[in-house]
Design a protein around this ligand. Structure first.
Ligand code: ADP
Ligand code: MG
Length: 246
């Protein structure tokens, strides 16, 4: 469904943020991208919704080169969840969830039904929450609304960049379980960037580990653990495992 073909990106001449990046993602797959800060994870994500343009190579979405697609339309068809939730403070929860459907011109009643359906999906009572404002929600609840907003127009692809990075560990675990449940029901294609290896291992079908803008290893969690491709993989994955155990 998604193909990165020999992608390179350099923000400054001579320095590659991403190099020789080739990757295929299947429809309905949840792929986690992990790696040290600055290794190119966010760049890989942003190239898919054209917030960043590659320096070379091409990206196909359902066989179509995304450069031939209108970037605005492309972004509306791709959910995007980031750490700094970015709910609009002057809009209530219902309006925040339906930002994209509203832009797409859905009738108001259809928007309301969709927002209620999504709130119910994560056990937030719509009659209680729909008319609240973001400041009347906890951090974890706001982050949930960020996820619902990404789902609102029912995009096939969802990009998540450290979506749960800013919430406390307990809430984080809850949100992870919720995402897993949502994924079982909705079968979205999800690219999840995280620095939390346990999150990646718990949620993803496959895990991609990057280092210095390159793919070091791609596989199931167990493969990275049992058959690390390089000493770096062993250290990176193993070290965090050790931490988790401690
Ligand atoms: P990650 O998300 O893994 O932390 P990024 O994709 O954000 O990594 O960044 C990869 C590299 O590209 C880093 O060295 C970063 O400093 C650089 N970089 C990212 N965005 C820009 C930009 N807009 N201009 C210049 N350099 C950038
Ligand atoms: Mg990043």
């Amino acid at each position: 469904m998604i193909n990165y073909e020999q992608i390179a990106k350099s923000y400054q001449a001579g320095v590659n943020a991403v190099s020789e990046f080739t990757l295929s993602i299947a429809e309905g797959e949840l792929l986690a991208i992990i790696g040290p800060s600055g290794c190119g994870k966010t760049t890989v994500l942003k190239m898919l919704n054209r917030l960043v343009e590659p320096t070379s190579g091409r990206i196909l979405l359902n066989g179509e080169d995304i450069r031939t697609l209108d970037p605005i339309a492309l972004r509306r068809n791709m959910g995007y969840v980031i750490q700094q939730v970015g709910l609009f403070p002057h809009m209530n929860i219902l309006e925040n969830i339906t930002v994209v459907p509203d832009i797409l011109g859905w009738p108001l009643e259809k928007q309301r039904i969709r927002a209620y359906e999504l709130l119910e999906l994560i056990d937030m009572n719509p009659s209680e929450f729909a008319r609240r404002y973001p400041y009347q929600l906890s951090g974890g609840q706001q982050q949930r609304i960020g996820v619902l907003r990404a789902l609102a127009a029912d995009p096939a692809v969802i990009l998540m960049d450290e979506p749960f990075g800013a919430v406390d560990p307990l809430t984080r675990t809850k949100l992870q379980q919720e995402l897993k449940t949502l994924q079982t029901q909705l079968h979205k294609t999800i690219l999840l960037v995280t620095h939390d290896i346990d999150e990646a291992f718990r949620l993803a079908d496959r895990v991609l580990l990057m280092q210095g803008g390159r793919i070091v290893q791609l596989g199931r969690a167990a493969e990275l653990l049992d058959h690390p491709a390089t000493p770096f993989v062993r250290e990176y994955v193993g070290g965090h495992r050790m931490q988790a155990c401690l």
